[in-house]
Design a protein around this ligand. Structure first.
Ligand code: AMP
Ligand code: MG
Length: 498
């Protein structure tokens, strides 16, 4: 393979990296390859499809320069602290240099048990790896920061998961795999040199501007808080529910990571929880900003020794920084909701150019946003379809919106009043079409595609992947992919991706 792989994490942070090799697999075969991403990274897709490529994508061929490691991290799982999690079934192969510059991790999931396996078998079943491929690529197409999937490769072996299932390895590309839990791990060792090295590594890779700030480490904290606030707001805009927002599943880069029990909301209900193990609804849709803030407090705690010599002073700085999460989250969320409704705020800079366009008074958009959610909830309206149908309403055809709201059986007077007020505000349908997707990985479609894929028919998966990776373009003949789940589907349950 012509692509150079580095071992920067392994070299700079050996205390958090156990050198390890993947299981020898009987017959690796590339099932799904992300050709565009492969090319973007400098790979030749045809070469990745060969036996040699399949061995690379399962860790059976270690590229020159790579020093595969299992990464150590801690984490709060559903609020409970585990001092030693780490890659139980994953390996960091090393870092690739993007042709345009900048490092990304090449990481394998399902590559066999490591010293962090804690009784798990170290493997992954095909369906959950295809699920991660599909959903992470859909997120990317929705312009939401996320890890990417380069390939899903079957190993040729079977594993036990409610019967025998094909095993597979996901090759994941990420800006890095540094997590809040990585910092919790380093902080818990009490080794201040390790914590500083980890933090400098994170700044260099993800937040380089922090290096020149007056208080470098506080600037890192601020920057991570901002990116996470923006990330969670973006999830909320598309109805994405991560499902397992443990601190080991929250990145320092601001990318979405670990697509286990995640799912997109169908009917709007802020209490929606899909994960079968989330019994208390800790990670319900509406709780996501609060949980992110809680996780970031764990990040801030880990950084305390670096924020100031005096720990009281450090706590004050951390609290002030954490206090800015809500502000930034709310501002980003509101801006995104305004775009979804086609009512972008007018900044002083565009005031001159759009002086003639009808603009709502600043608080009219906020009132419209606030008044909309009770309607969506009362009528159990399909979240994705509603916003897309609004474009037609902005162009004068209110029928699609009405049928979604009235279809739930309740009286529709409140939507009529809302639509009248909203149309008076002069929504921009072209902006809405660029903002509100037609296609997201709807739960019933994902299940249908994965079921077919596990019995050897990859066509429904390929078709769905094709649509959700161009989510804003309506395609002829694809109406069923844009439609709400059929009556009788659900309640939908997801499982941690093992
Ligand atoms: P996750 O829920 O995917 O974020 O995983 C949480 C922890 O469990 C991580 O330390 C994983 O490496 C580990 N883990 C999950 N599934 C397995 C498995 N089948 N074998 C070994 N470790 C696993
Ligand atoms: Mg994880």
């Amino acid at each position: 393979m012509s692509v150079a792989v580095g071992s920067r994490f392994a070299r700079e942070l050996p205390e958090m990296a156990i050198p390890w090799r993947a299981e020898e697999f009987p017959a690796p075969m590339v099932l799904v390859l992300n050709e565009q991403l492969a090319r973007d990274l400098g790979f030749d897709p045809a070469q990745l499809r060969t036996d040699e490529g399949a061995r690379l994508l399962t860790g059976n061929l270690v590229p020159e320069g790579a020093a595969p490691v299992a990464q150590a991290y801690s984490g709060h799982q559903f609020g409970w602290y585990s001092p030693r999690l780490g890659d139980g079934r994953a390996l960091l192969i090393g870092e690739l240099t993007r042709p345009g510059g900048g490092l990304v991790d090449l990481h394998l999931k399902g590559s066999g048990p490591t010293p962090f396996a804690r009784g798990g078998d170290g493997f992954a079943a095909l369906a959950p790896m295809l699920r991660e491929h599909l959903i992470s690529e859909a997120m990317h197409a929705l312009n939401i920061p996320t890890t990417r999937s380069l390939a899903v490769t079957t190993t040729g072996g079977n594993i036990h998961r409610s019967g025998l299932q094909s095993a597979a390895v996901l090759a994941r590309i990420a800006s890095s795999h540094l997590r809040v839990g990585s910092f919790q791990y380093a902080a818990a060792t009490g080794d201040s040199d390790l914590l500083r090295r980890l933090t400098d590594h994170a700044i260099d890779r993800h937040h380089p501007a922090a290096a020149s700030a007056e208080n470098t480490y506080l600037a890192l904290l601020d920057s991570v808080i901002r990116r996470q606030a923006e990330l969670i707001a973006a999830w909320m805009h598309v109805g994405f529910i991560h499902g397992v927002m443990n601190t080991d599943n929250m990145t320092i880069s601001g990318e979405t990571i670990d697509f286990g029990p995640c799912a997109f909301m169908d009917a709007f209900d802020p209490q929606t929880v899909f994960s079968s193990i989330d019994e208390t609804g800790r990670y319900a849709y509406r709780n996501q900003p609060l949980v992110a803030e809680w996780n970031l407090a764990r990040f801030a705690e880990s950084l305390l020794p670096l924020l100031a010599q005096d720990q009281e002073e450090a706590v004050k700085l951390a609290e002030a920084s954490l206090g800015r999460f809500r502000e930034h989250y709310s501002a980003t969320w509101t801006q995104g909701m305004r775009a979804k409704l086609g009512l972008p705020g007018r900044t002083p800079a565009d005031a001159a150019t759009v002086a003639d366009a009808p603009q709502p008074a600043p608080d009219e958009a906020s009132t419209l946003i606030a008044d909309l959610f009770p309607i969506l909830q009362a009528h159990a309206v399909d979240y994705t379809s509603f916003f897309r149908a609004l474009s037609a309403a902005a162009r004068g055809d209110e029928e699609p919106v009405r049928s979604l709201v009235a279809g739930a059986g309740a009286d529709d007077t409140d939507i009529d009043g809302w639509l009248r007020r909203w149309r008076t505000a002069g929504p921009d349908p072209a902006l809405m079409d660029r903002t509100n997707p037609v296609y997201v990985p709807r739960n019933h479609l994902v299940e249908e595609a994965l079921e077919a894929a596990t019995t050897g028919d990859l066509d429904p998966f390929t078709r769905l992947l094709d649509l959700v990776t161009s989510p804003y373009t309506e395609r002829p003949g694809a109406q069923r992919y844009a439609a709400p789940a059929p009556e009788g589907f659900g309640p939908y349950r997801t499982f941690c991706g093992t």
